[in-house]
Design a protein around this ligand. Structure first.
Ligand SMILES: Cc1cc2nc3c(=O)[nH]c(=O)nc-3n(C[C@H](O)[C@H](O)[C@H](O)COP(=O)(O)O)c2cc1C
Length: 455
């Protein structure tokens, strides 16, 4: 068999008004796409034409209008299971990632919903396992408070184990459907799970047959030790927000090392940082668009968060004056210098003001790397992260939609393909297939065979 060259995994992380907080204000941007199925279909189809691995829908269980100037795209959106069912009907090959929060659901419900969506999509589903980062969700789910990290991840681990067992509760051969004899199902191939754990009691079997992929791939994201462990142990891919390549490399190495400790091969878990590509036909066009977006930010230029980020109190400095002496930073290491360098690159020049540094900081507030440039410059940076041990691919977050995605697809994807870094055709039809995974055996079928062999 030929040894396949390692290639990027690329997905779209949907921010319907664009990742940039002011993305929706551009004259050409669609501002109300979140509730427009035609717009969402157009995005999904474009991704599929470009051979993306997946279309990813995040989710949150609380909101308020005061998010409007920072995270307008996170404020209101369609419920992801419903939306993915609809997207599945208008696409054929692209993987689809749905987010389900373990803290506020039940394993039987999620097993049923995900298995159903795996059928409706022809085996293209993956589940982004989250435990919830918005403490206000508790108020919407009749809870006194949002649980702490360790309780949420204890609960999540037990939750996921049950879901995975439920997916296996029907063996593939359980369905006889013999019209002659009238036998529809072979009951010996249907399994209860009888789970009695710390948080859940679930008997099973699931009322959906084993999903087409057998086991639906899991993904997760997180910074805490517990979530890193969950990812290293169970996830096909781990999402992360990284702006600095040096920190991205250490996150990458940490997850891969942990995965090995759980008996997995390093390449069984992919690390996918977010990437916000602001692409132009020329570098100047990209910088001009970046400046236009910066000018549309609605902000009072409160510098306190930026001061903390660079370790220098910016009170008393001129907003339109030069940057302070970075050697004054109280932070260890070079993080403040690296952030400044990124802002300089985005502006396309070295001499930047505090206001311009703030613009870069505001544009990346959700923690994903913003790159401004032409196709070659963007592809160079992607290649640097990919070959330098910082990423196995990216969660692409266009700064505005649909134009920001179109430019990435029309200009950067062909450049990556020319370099042999990204596929030109799909090799598979399922999410597992896009990540090189075969369909696993059913745990219950295997144990039956082993039991049989011992008799
Ligand atoms: C790329 C990315 C996507 C995420 N998507 C979601 C999401 O859709 N819903 C959610 O509740 N949390 C989401 N999170 C948050 C993580 O699941 C996690 O809760 C957060 O990073 C805090 O880490 P911790 O859970 O380890 O404390 C996302 C994080 C990243 C980096």
């Amino acid at each position: 068999m030929p040894i396949l060259k390692r290639q990027l995994h690329l997905g779209l992380f949907l921010f319907s008004t664009g990742y940039h907080p002011a993305g929706w204000r551009l004259p050409e941007a669609v501002a109300d796409g979140a509730f427009d199925p035609k717009f969402l279909h157009r995005i999904a189809r474009r991704l599929e034409e470009a051979k993306f691995d997946f279309f990813f829908l995040g989710d949150a269980l609380a909101t308020s209008p005061d998010m409007q100037h920072q995270f307008p795209s996170q404020m209101v959106r369609l419920e992801p299971f419903t939306m993915i069912a609809n997207i599945a009907a208008v696409t054929e090959r692209i993987g689809l990632i749905v987010t389900a929060n373990t803290t506020y659901s039940e394993p039987y419900t999620v097993a049923r919903q995900t298995a159903s969506l795996d059928y409706l999509s022809g085996g293209r589903l993956a589940w982004n396992v989250v435990t919830g980062m918005d403490i206000r969700a508790a108020q919407n789910y009749s809870r006194e408070k949002h649980w702490d990290n360790s309780r949420r991840y204890d609960y999540a681990e037990e939750f996921v184990k049950i879901v995975q067992e439920l997916w296996d509760s029907w063996e593939d051969e359980a369905f006889v459907r013999d019209k002659e004899s009238g036998v529809f199902v072979d009951g010996s191939k249907v399994h209860v799970i009888n789970h009695h754990g710390e948080h859940f009691s679930v008997a099973g079997p699931l009322n959906v047959a084993r999903p087409p992929q057998g086991q639906i791939p899991l993904l997760n994201a997180g910074t805490s030790e517990r979530s890193r462990e969950l990812g290293a142990k169970l996830s096909t891919a781990v999402f992360t927000g990284q702006i600095l390549i040096e920190l991205a490399k250490s996150f990458y190495a940490d997850i891969k090392t942990k995965a090995e400790a759980f008996g997995r091969k390093q390449n069984e878990v992919s690390i996918l940082p977010g990437l916000v590509p602001l692409v132009g036909r020329t570098a100047e066009e990209a910088h001009a668009k970046y400046r236009e977006l910066s000018s549309l930010l609605v902000t009072d230029y409160d510098l306190s968060a930026l001061s903390a980020r660079i370790g220098i109190d910016l009170k008393g400095y001129e907003l339109d004056g030069p940057l302070p002496d970075l050697s004054l930073s109280t932070l260890p290491g070079k993080e403040s210098e690296w952030l400044v360098e990124l802002a300089q690159r985005a502006e396309g020049r070295k001499e930047i003001t505090i206001r311009e540094l703030f613009h870069y900081f505001a544009a990346t507030a959700r923690g994903h790397l913003l790159i401004v440039g032409d196709a070659k410059q963007v592809a160079d940076r992607m290649e640097e992260w990919f070959t330098g041990g910082a990423a196995d691919g990216f969660n692409i977050c266009p700064p505005y939609l649909p134009g920001g995605l179109d430019l990435f697809i029309d200009l950067v994807i062909p450049e990556l393909q020319r370099r042999g870094l990204f596929r030109t055709e799909y090799e598979a039809d399922t999410f597992r297939g896009h990540f090189g995974l075969s369909r696993p055996d059913n745990r219950f079928a295997r144990s039956t065979i082993l039991e049989g062999a011992g008799e």
